[in-house]
Design a protein around this ligand. Structure first.
Ligand code: CDP
Length: 209
């Protein structure tokens, strides 16, 4: 079984994907980490993340052990991730890793931007999470503030607006809801309610097969 969870930054994808994986006994892959690891490798090499050759070399060098690097959580790395993610050769380089992960037994939950549309269009169930930009910026602000009390909300909102635009407007696998995905707006829906709605949808999907 493959479950696809897509949506913009801080829409609640990661929390939902982790809970669904535990509930259904599946593996979980946060695919954003692959783009973050690519961005971080480009930055550490002193390269411009927008340089296709450097970014593609970085994507090809990504290893499983990269995904545990705490620097991946930094906002500079998130910004670099969305820059490298617009380069088709980077996406192609990371595709095999994601598909291999999804197809390994007993199945997996993958969260990202293009899982239901490009990585696993054959997924058994697809969820698309949204929330207002302000709600998402406030969540990310609180997460960041826990580590750095100097974090400024307006700055987080600005960065998120720029990243949303890059992710939605790029040519290569833009953030878009798959036609057969259940859309959940988490602005006023807590993690438990989102999880309950998702489990209900997945159960109905599986019963209909
Ligand atoms: O956690 P957050 O939603 O802030 O970001 P993330 O999921 O770690 O993704 C970081 C960046 O990687 C995004 O802004 C996207 O540009 C890119 N990404 C992508 O293009 N495709 C995916 N399947 C996952 C992430």
């Amino acid at each position: 079984m493959i479950i696809a969870v897509d949506g913009p930054a801080a829409s609640g994808k990661g929390t939902l994907a982790r809970r669904l994986a535990a509930h259904f006994g599946l593996a979980h892959l946060d695919t954003g980490l692959l783009y973050r690891a690519t961005g971080l490798r480009a930055l550490l090499a002193g390269a411009d993340p927008a340089d296709p050759a450097a970014a593609t070399a970085a994507a090809r060098a990504v290893e499983l052990s990269d995904l545990a690097d705490p620097r991946l959580r930094e906002e500079t790395v998130a910004a670099a991730a969305s820059v490298v993610a617009a380069i088709p050769a980077v996406r192609a380089a990371l595709l095999a890793f994601q598909r291999d992960f999804a197809r390994r037994a007993p199945g997996a939950v993958l969260d990202g931007r293009d899982i239901g549309t490009a990585v696993c269009p054959e997924a058994d169930a697809k969820l698309f999470l949204t929330a207002t930009r302000e709600a998402r910026a406030m969540r990310r602000f609180k997460e960041l503030q826990a580590g750095d009390s100097g974090t400024i909300y307006e700055r987080v909102l600005q960065d998120m607006t720029a990243r949303d635009a890059r992710d939605s407007e790029r040519q290569a696998a833009p953030l878009i809801r798959a036609a057969d995905a259940l859309e959940l707006d988490t602005t006023a829906l807590d993690a438990d309610a989102a999880f309950a709605a998702a489990v209900d949808f997945i159960a109905r999907k599986l019963a209909g097969k």
